[in-house]
Each structure stands twice: as C-alpha cells, then as structure tokens.
Design a protein around this ligand. Structure first.
Ligand SMILES: Nc1ncnc2c1ncn2[C@@H]1O[C@H](COP(=O)(O)OP(=O)(O)OP(=O)(O)O)[C@@H](O)[C@H]1O
Ligand SMILES: [Mg+2]
Length: 249
C-alpha cells in the first residue's frame, strides 16, 4: 500500500532519512516507532507529499507520490485521513461541522449524503448526541474522538495518526488505542499508520512495527518478533533508555 524505496531526505547539511526502504501492507495497523527527532513526522509528510525526497521513490496505492503536482496531488491528499498530535479542531465550529468539514471540501460527496455519513461516524466513535456542542465543551478524550471522526468521515484509503496518545492520561491512551483497532476492523479496506514512541502501545495494537533509527529501519516485524529480538537498539528502546546510551551509538 505504501512503499519507500531508497529514500534519502536532507535539510541542508543534515540528513534525516538515509536510503530508507520499507513496505506497509494494506488493511493492517502499522506502527512507526522511533525516538524524538528520528524523522517520524518527516516520513509521514513524504507519504502525504508535503515533503519531497532528496533521492528515492515513494509509492502510495500505486501512485508515484514524488511526481504528483497540482490537482492529482490534492486528490492524493484527500484520500488520506490524518489525525494530528493535537486534536486541531476548529474552535468556532460545532462538533458536527468539524466532522463534516472534509466532506464539504470534497467534490464527490453530495450534500444529501452528509447527514447519513455524519450519524454513522458519530455512532462509530461513540459520540451520538454531541454534534451540537462546541470543542470548548469537550474533554480531551472526546476531542480526540471528534478528530478521529473527522479523519475517517471521507472514507480514506489510509489513515495517519501522528502521536495520537502523547501527553494523554493512561485511560485516554487506552481508549484511543482501542478506537484505532475498532476503526481498522470496521473499515476493512483502510490502512492505518500510527507514528509513536510508545513501544507498549505498539506491542498491543500493531499488526506490524517499523522501528526507525538514524534514518533507517532497524527492524520491521510483528509484535512477537519485537518481543524476542536481540537487536541492541530495539532492546534499549524497550528499556526506555531512548535518550540515554542510544545517542552514543
Ligand atoms: N522542514 C524542515 N526543515 C529543516 N529541518 C527539519 C524540517 N522538518 C524536520 N526537520 C528536522 O528533521 C528531524 C526529524 O524531525 P521529525 O519531526 O520527523 O522528528 P520526529 O521523529 O517526528 O520527532 P518527535 O517524536 O519529537 O515528533 C528534526 O531534527 C527536525 O529538526
Ligand atoms: Mg513528530
């Protein structure tokens, strides 16, 4: 579904992604792990075509993202749902208008479809009856849910979550992880990509895990493979010493 082939990305003198190659399977939940500054957000910006590689190729659902411009590039972005780290709702719009926003932007959805779409999505994320509220009236967990509803309302082929649980309390984290699994199960054709530095969440939620280190993949595999690997970088990440000895390697 998503393929990075020998992707290098440099900003000036600094190289962030080095000859990075990986494949993400369709319909599954893939976690991309790595410590802060490792290039996780840079990687998803390449998937969206917000950044272009210095070298290498990126393919998403058969499209060669490097080459997209203008209208084909905006259509590409419309096929991808994104849940930002901070829920980023429009404060002056009701929950309902927030959720419907991507549909109003999309030329292929008729106004008559809005209502049924919206009700289905509110039900799916367990927020029936709050459509009329303003974001300021919602709890942090509810805001995240609304952000998720907005990301899935136009039935994207891929949904990207950038650090969906960072800074949340443990109960909200658990709820969001469960919601990611629920949405992925209900929308069989949707591919979920979760950027995270939470190894524990990856082990319980992911079908497949890609761990980035120094701009490359240290290991890609199932949670079971991650639990049993001897790779020193992965073991250090497990031990939570991500900002300690890893810097010296
Ligand atoms: N547009 C840009 N111009 C220059 N440098 C950039 C740009 N975007 C990102 N970087 C640099 O690339 C590196 C990787 O950034 P990135 O945001 O991908 O990290 P991350 O893995 O998402 O970290 P975090 O977990 O903290 O979100 C950082 O050192 C950052 O300063
Ligand atoms: Mg980031």
């Amino acid at each position: 579904m998503i393929e990075f082939s020998n992707v290098t990305k440099s900003f000036g003198e600094r190289t962030i992604l080095r000859n990075l190659s990986f494949t993400i399977k369709p319909g599954k939940i893939t976690f991309i792990l790595g410590k802060s500054g490792e290039g996780k957000s840079v990687t998803i910006k390449h998937i969206l075509g917000l950044l272009r590689p210095s070298e290498g190729d990126i393919f998403v659902a058969g499209r060669h993202v490097n080459e997209l411009q203008g209208e084909p590039l905006s259509q590409h972005r419309q096929r991808i749902g994104m849940l930002f780290q901070h829920a980023a709702l429009f404060d002056s719009m009701t929950v309902e208008d927030n959720i419907l926003f991507p549909l109003r932007e999309s030329p292929d959805v008729a106004a008559s479809e809005y209502q049924s779409h919206k009700e289905k999505v509110l039900k799916q994320i367990g927020l029936e009856g709050i459509g009329h509220k303003m974001p300021s009236e919602l709890s942090t967990g509810e805001k995240k849910r609304v952000g998720l509803a907005r990301a899935i309302v136009s039935k994207p082929e891929i949904i990207l979550y950038d650090e969906p649980t960072t800074g949340m309390d443990p109960l909200v984290c658990e709820m969001i992880d469960e919601l990611i699994v629920q949405v992925n199960n209900e929308e069989k054709d949707m591919t979920s990509v979760v950027i995270s530095h939470d190894m524990k969440a990856a082990l319980t939620t992911a079908d497949d895990i890609i761990m980035l280190y120094k701009g490359q993949v240290v290991l890609q595999g199932s949670p079971e493979e991650f639990k049993h690997t001897d790779d020193p970088v992965v073991r250090q990440f497990f031990a939570g010493r991500v900002d300690g000895p890893m810097k010296l390697i």
